[in-house]
Write a protein that binds this ligand. Structure first.
Ligand code: PLP
Length: 357
């Protein structure tokens, strides 16, 4: 018997590797592998989610009316320039489906967010991966030179996952000046709220000036709603309208919508937590440098260690000590900034490991 025919494009697509959970089994274990927010949900947000749960026999509001209105006010953009989705990964996939298919090219830096190659290849488009610079940052000149008449979409992940490096204003403007206006540039700002470098532009300001720029944001990181799956894009009309067409109907649950609205209203408190995590980031970064590590400057909620061939060994050491990190075998490890005890534990493992290098 033959099996059903599947699209050839699916052959060899890497499957998304989620960060492993912390091991159970009694010993203390911390999950620093998925860039999650270590704080538990705010009581007020939890209340809204529990209230929404009373009605989960009903479909959610497909238009996400409440959330869209809140976002339009918060960012000062028209409703027609907004689209929501099942996490910003969902919206990123809709962006590709809206712009690229077989024969088209989708460009991004590499290494960057591991969902990009997957969602690109699912669409049948060709990934164009432009290596990071020696400093682990986007090589925007090389990216501009790699544009062809088949390029349809370019991701700029700012700050870059997993290296934490940023693209600054002048460099981004220079790059955008070189991108043809019919090529969509997506500024993936999943970690926007963690940025403290004043020279990193707010993508929303860039979008206001350029019709081919879209901004991706998420509630998963700073707002702590990773498990509820809600993200959004701000984009000019033809693009935002295409996103609404390509959305999975009812993809964003009412729980997620209500939690997102409650989170925007509790922004002061949530951004206070982000401030604490940013302090921890500084502490961890300085401690690693003090131990002798080379660590790229990070503006996100994680640090990157380029361990090369020793990556798997390092990750195993961390595991044994009760802290789970995210290895990219043969390249390096990404370690999320967590609660202070988790960071302390990680720093102890890193110190021991560095002494053996
Ligand atoms: C975490 C992350 C996302 C957001 O994922 P969600 O689907 O919103 O949970 C998007 N882009 C990058 C670069 C990320 O690291």
């Amino acid at each position: 018997m033959t099996s059903p025919r599947l699209r050839a494009e699916l052959n060899g697509i890497p499957t998304y590797k989620p960060g492993r959970p912390a091991a159970g089994g009694g010993s203390v274990a911390y999950k620093l592998s998925s860039n999650e927010n270590p704080y538990p949900p705010l009581p007020g947000v939890m209340e809204r989610v529990l209230a929404a749960a009373e009605n989960f026999n009903r479909y959610p509001d497909m238009a996400c009316t409440g959330l869209m209105g809140e976002l339009a006010d918060r960012f000062g953009v028209p409703l027609t320039h907004l689209a929501t989705g099942t996490g910003s990964v969902g919206v990123a996939q809709q962006l590709i489906q809206s712009t690229a298919g077989p024969g088209d090219e989708v460009m991004y830096a590499w290494r960057s967010f591991e969902a990009y190659p997957i969602i690109t290849r699912i669409s049948g488009a060709t990934p164009v991966e432009v290596p990071l610079t020696a400093g682990e940052a986007h090589d925007l000149d090389a990216m501009a030179e790699a544009i062809t008449d088949r390029t349809r979409l370019i991701f700029v992940c700012n700050p870059n996952n997993p290296t934490g490096t940023v693209v600054r204003r002048a460099a981004l403007e220079r790059f955008l000046d070189r991108v043809p206006s019919d090529v969509l540039v997506v500024l993936d700002e999943a970690y926007r709220e963690f940025i403290r470098d004043q020279d990193v532009p707010d993508g929303v300001e860039i979008y206001r000036e350029r019709s081919n720029v879209a901004v991706l944001r998420t509630f998963s990181k700073a707002y702590g709603l990773a498990g509820l799956r809600v993200g959004f894009a701000i984009a000019h009309e033809p693009v935002a309208a295409a996103l609404r067409k390509t959305a999975v109907p009812f993809g964003v649950t009412q729980l997620a919508q209500d939690a997102a609205v409650a989170s925007l209203r509790a922004e002061d408190e949530l951004l206070g937590r982000v401030g604490t995590l940013v302090c921890e980031r500084t502490r961890v970064h300085e401690a690693l440098v003090g131990q002798g590590w080379t660590v790229p400057e990070t503006q996100a909620n994680f640090v990157w260690l380029r361990l090369g061939e020793r990556t798997a060994e390092f990750a195993a050491h961390c595991d044994e000590a009760g802290v789970v990190v995210r290895p990219f075998v043969g390249e390096g490890a990404r370690i999320t900034i967590g609660e202070p005890e988790a960071n302390d534990l990680f720093l102890r493992v890193a110190e021991e490991f560095h002494k053996k290098l």
